[in-house]
Design a protein around this ligand. Sequence first.
Ligand code: NAD
Length: 482
Amino acid sequence: MPADAARLNRIPVKNPRSGEIDYHVTPPSRERISEKCQSLRAAQVDWASAPLADRMGIMLKWADAVEAHKDAIVKAESIDTGRWRISSESPDAVIWGIRGWCDRAEDIVNRALQVGASSTMPSVKLAQQLVPYSLVGVISPWNFPMMLSTIDAIPALIAGSAVIIKPSEVTPRFIEPLQESIATVPELEKVLTYVAGGGQTGQDMIDNVDIICFTGSVPTGRKVAQACANNFIPAFLELGGKDPVIVTKSADLERATDAVLRGAVHATGQICYSIERVYVDSQVHDEFVEKLIKKTAEISLNDSDIHQGHVGPLIFDKQAGIIDKQLDDAVAKGAKIRSGGKSQEINGGRYIQPTIVTNVNHAMTLMRDETFGPVMPVMRFSSVDEAVDLANDTEFGLSAAVIAGDAQEAMDIGKRINAGGVSLMDTTLTGSILRDAEKTSFNLSGLGGSRMGGASILRFYRKKALMLNPDMPIKLKDLHEI
Ligand code: NAD
């Protein structure tokens, strides 16, 4: 791309603590993406034909390289997110991801290769071949920039695919140091690359890959699904949520308030499976709210020191506008703000105190649309049936939680909620299933198979059935029409 065109094309990146634009990315041209994809496809042939153990050996070298580049990655990511502790753990999440999948991969793949005898034609011998898609495209969001850019890429690489990743243009600073870690493992560099850019780059990528793993919002997910349908390639969509928690009258309210506060406020509520709707039995509602207000008062912002405090800035300005609008709409319709309130500017960054809202109902956008901020709208219910109906009255279905008097009561209620993952006696336990159980979303929260459990690797294979007839073939003339 000529220098002037590149300058015009540059995407500005804002520092969420200062509000300053202090970084830019220049997206590659459509032609450049196509060249990169061709080169990845060419290298994938050897990558896929190498034994699984060899691929895993290379992946483990990358885990070591990420470890060696940890300081630079953490520094870059923490500027984009405005938070330190979570960013300081993000390389570990990637390293554990690589090592954890490498521990499980052989078992998962070997089990998928086992097929029984044919039940329809007993003389036919069956074998299963797993053929990886050549090139996987990953498009990821800004809330956990590095971790979410690798969550699908690691199992795809282990399966034998090459991968091209386009993280969010809102938080792209980690790409440079992470790409440096990849460059220290030359065998991996041939089959894994990052590109920086926005929506257009995402669309250009979709035109050059065999399968897409997208994590992001519902509106963009819809566009991605449509583009994938046009290209006749599969799309795995991990989208937004409006996750409910049900607190029954028999629940321990200390436990419930701890779990709700953490589930709603951790990472400034910028987690897809954050708690965004709190349903509490009328009999304990007031006591629950008082306790929640008390605990919320102990939570502090990290505005003066990135190493102190519990709540970082809102990473994406646009999100602050959405949260404020939802709070305005709720108050106009009769809601009461019991702690916190709308976002405020501090030293150029946008922050919001953990916010508790009562007197809410489902006519309010606060109870219907994704908030993606540390807001806890609390609504009463008078029977468990009503609570389940309220929890299921949503166009989403990502995850949910139930806190009851005991595990069995929570399990019975949890089974009635339409969501891909339900935490019992706690909230936001989704990370616990990563390699061990599968989940698929309900409604608008996602499409495609599970990114968790063994399916996470197996979805990157086309499954080929090899069917051998050791006997003489049946002759056509012996087939009588009836
Ligand atoms: P977004 O949909 O705005 O952007 C996501 C990605 O899509 C970015 O990389 C963006 O550049 C890219 N993109 C934008 N337009 C595109 C287009 N037309 N074609 C292809 N790619 C395009 O989402 P966001 O604001 O970055 O992230 C927040 C959303 O992500 C929330 O809704 C949140 O719930 C969701 N999320 C879901 C999960 C999950 O696992 N279900 C995890 C994290 C975040």
